[in-house]
Design a binder for this molecule. Sequence first.
Ligand SMILES: [Zn+2]
Length: 163
Amino acid sequence: MMLPLNDSCPVCGMQPEVEVVSVEHHKMYFYFCSEQCRETFIARPSLYVAKIGKQRDVILKRRTMYFSESLGAGVGDLLIPYLKDLMGVKEVTVEAEKIEISYDLLQVTERQIEKALEDVGVQLGGSWLERLRRGWVNDSEEIELDNLAEPPAPCCNRTLPKT
Ligand SMILES: [Zn+2]
């Protein structure tokens, strides 16, 4: 498959990878650097299509997440490069009990970061209050992205034509 020369990943701007399957959206084909960017795009294509060829926005989020139990020695050193491999993750600091992470919400969500931690067997825990907080963060991030992708119509449910 030939990649158009000037196309960059519409989510992060990096060079697309041929192995990642392209997506057709409104008769246009998009190519991605990673499965993560592909998933992010499919969830809300309008957010990214509108920004092609323009300055990309960044919605910086900073979170502290607590582990269910203290990490063993050396685990933090492994987690940092692993998390920085996710698209959109900026800064990661790992301590025995918690992780501090900043990321661009337009490229990665807290839910995806939690999922990546679970995939390597790191459990997030804490009190019920902490779990409630994480649930709330997940919901509010989804709502924030939904509103950006589709601003609520001021007077009615009619969808405004996209320009
Ligand atoms: Zn990308």
